[in-house]
Ligand binder design. Structure first.
Ligand SMILES: Cc1ncc(COP(=O)(O)O)c(C=O)c1O
Length: 410
């Protein structure tokens, strides 16, 4: 097959499973074998596969208006989507800039942050602060923002712009040390920094690494003293994943930008959004056209993607879906503790994770579990569940038993 797969060493990769259809939390291959999708197909599919209401919304939008240039034109699905998001976002986040996916939503935030200062005559705020181990996407700016210690992107580090990485803290003592190192750095460099970018409460690709809201609050409050902007990358954590609509809802701080994608369309279509404040917007609002944000993508705010997102948000806000999110959190806490040979067991909302002794072992057992009908894709030696919210509790419990049996057996 001439298809080149993402994140794959083609030489050693097993043959890809060819999926023919999906339904709820299940995917089915061409031979009719069913697989329970415990990773929501790269964390996007929050409401299950082939959700009929979203499929209908897409079909009806496709028949009415499939695409229109978004400069100089607008359309109802985009406007309804922003109005729906305004209801669930903090009041200050009310300027919506569309893009295509998580990486581009991050690129937009990084560029807006820099140009916010540039438009005010401040041109030397070129450095960004991140949290060690961050992942913000695979485009050059998003890779740079994650810092040159990211294990994913070291090949490209000669291209990266300057960043300072806050050391990831695992204990209160490490939090103190990381904060004091940040304070020292800011004393010298604070006025050269453009923005802090973080995945709030949980770093996804780093291995579902969780950290305390109090630490996030402290670093945000610290950088604010130097006028540094704050970007929350909620591409993975948004839309109920962490048990609240957004991870930031569990903190006492607000960002200047939030990046959204993945669950935004219920996992049906690519779409990105960078939402910012009036203060940011006003720095671009001018008689001087050079102050405009000259950035856009061919499919910016595609009407079909927006229609999918509007329907997905409507379903997400229903009481039954909110109860599903709580139900999954309970299944995690009932089952996680009893897993044998699992270390550092942790859960937040619908996400559960633990470590096994090595990446090779994680790979071996998840390959075996795939042949038993479970889709789990480890991150190094981390195994995690991030299922669609419609997953049946019994199915999730059975998956835990299968994983436990496999861990015991190995
Ligand atoms: C926190 C975070 N930001 C950005 C991205 C990039 O999103 P995309 O793969 O849609 O470009 C990801 C993807 O996993 C992510 O987890």
């Amino acid at each position: 097959m001439p298809i080149w797969k993402p994140f794959t060493q083609e030489k050693v990769a097993p043959c890809a499973v060819k999926i023919a259809r999906g339904h709820g939390a299940y995917l089915e291959d061409e031979a009719g074998t069913q697989y329970l999708d415990l990773i929501s197909s790269w964390w996007v599919n929050i409401l299950g596969h082939a959700n009929e209401e979203i499929a209908d919304a897409i079909a009806s939008q496709a028949r009415r208006l499939e695409q229109v240039i978004f400069a100089g034109f607008s359309h109802e699905p985009a406007e309804v989507l922003c109005a729906s998001l305004e209801k669930i976002l903090p009041k200050s986040l009310r300027r919506f800039f569309f893009s295509d996916d998580g990486s581009t939503s991050v690129e937009v935030a990084l560029k807006l942050a820099y140009q916010y200062f540039f438009n005010q005559g401040i041109k030397d705020r070129c450095t960004y602060i991140n949290l060690e181990g961050a992942y913000h996407g695979d485009t050059l700016g998003a890779m740079s923002a994650a810092g040159n210690r990211s294990s994913y992107h070291s090949t490209f580090k000669s291209f990266f712009f300057r960043t300072y990485s806050i050391k990831f803290p695992d204990t209160p003592d490490e939090e103190k040390n990381a904060l004091s190192a940040l304070q020292d750095f800011l004393e010298n460099e604070g006025l050269n920094i453009c923005a802090l970018i973080v995945e709030p409460l949980i770093q996804g690709a780093a291995g579902m690494r969780m950290y305390r809201a109090e630490f996030l609050e402290k670093i945000v409050n610290e950088v604010r003293k130097y006028g540094i902007l704050v970007i929350f990358d909620e591409v993975m954590t948004g839309f109920g994943r962490t048990g609240t609509m957004f991870a930031m809802d569990q903190t006492q701080v607000l960002p200047d930008f939030i990046c959204l994608s993945k669950g935004l369309t219920g996992g049906f279509l690519p779409l990105g959004l960078t939402v910012s404040t009036d203060a940011i917007y006003e720095a671009f609002y001018s008689d001087d056209s050079s102050k405009a944000f000259i950035h856009g993508h061919s499919y910016t705010a595609n009407p079909i993607s927006c229609a999918a997102a509007v329907k997905s948000l409507e379903i997400l806000r229903r009481e039954s879906t909110q109860l599903d999110i709580k139900r999954i959190a309970k299944v995690h806490s009932r089952n996680l503790e009893s897993l044998p040979r699992a270390q550092n067991k942790r859960a937040l909302g619908t996400i559960a994770a633990f470590e096994v002794e090595s990446a090779a072992f994680a790979q071996e057992i998840t390959s075996r579990l795939l042949s038993q009908g479970l889709i789990i894709r480890p991150l190094g030696n981390t195994i995690y569940f991030i299922p669609p919210y419609c997953i049946d509790s019994g199915d999730l419990e059975r998956a835990y038993s299968q994983v436990a049996a496999r861990l015991n057996f190995a």
